[in-house]
Design a protein around this ligand. Structure first.
Ligand SMILES: CC(C)(COP(=O)(O)OP(=O)(O)OC[C@H]1O[C@@H](n2cnc3c(N)ncnc32)[C@H](O)[C@@H]1OP(=O)(O)O)[C@@H](O)C(=O)NCCC(=O)NCCS
Length: 158
């Protein structure tokens, strides 16, 4: 069951922590509430994230992010916040904590791809310093483009 959340947003209320295999059920609940088909990840995909050396962070039971680091480049693979917990800074907190985690693993930049009409995600990433570097036509299907975004990590973040 998805709980209701009070209006305030604090780290105390939604503590961010590393997720493990035991968190699969709560993560999948966030995924199914937060993403419609056909873009929704399967439970199997999330299980692979949790066992595959990725950085997976949970904010309470309301949001989740997963990233990977390969060499000096990180990929932000997914960030999802429960619909009823959006607009309170949780997405921003998760991206910030994810960036800090990949920087600690030696990443010098973060890449991501996002559907070109996903205004909340584009807004989130742009306000966090990501810039558009490319566009892949029909990446998500006919007429559905991907925007590739990047953020260089400054010396002080590494
Ligand atoms: C994208 C998403 C994670 C944002 O989470 P959130 O907790 O609502 O985001 P925040 O409250 O931290 O907002 C941070 C910034 O994002 C932008 N933003 C958030 N919601 C927005 C919206 N509906 N429209 C435009 N910009 C938006 C704003 O710039 C906002 O900053 P502001 O509050 O100072 O204006 C959430 O909408 C979500 O889970 N969407 C479905 C999954 C998804 O598309 N994930 C991304 C692709 S993997």
């Amino acid at each position: 069951m998805i709980p209701e959340f009070p209006a305030a947003d604090t780290d105390d209320e939604f503590p961010v922590r590393s997720a493990g295999p035991d968190d699969l059920a709560v993560i999948y609940e966030i995924e199914t509430a937060g993403f419609d088909e056909p873009g929704r990840w399967s439970q199997l995909s999330w299980a692979a994230e949790l066992t595959g050396g990725r950085i997976v962070l949970l904010a309470g039971t309301a949001g989740v992010i997963t990233l990977q680091v390969v060499g000096d480049t990180a990929d932000l693979l997914r960030v999802v916040v429960l619909p009823q917990a959006r607009g309170r800074g949780l997405g921003r907190t998760l991206v910030a904590r994810g960036i800090a985690a990949v920087a600690a693993r030696g990443a010098e930049r973060v890449l991501l791809e996002v559907e070109s009409d996903n205004q909340p995600a584009l807004g989130l990433y742009r306000t966090m310093g990501f810039t558009d570097i490319d566009r892949r036509r029909n990446y998500y299907g006919t007429g559905r483009d991907a925007v590739i975004m990047q953020r260089e990590l400054g010396e002080e973040e590494r």
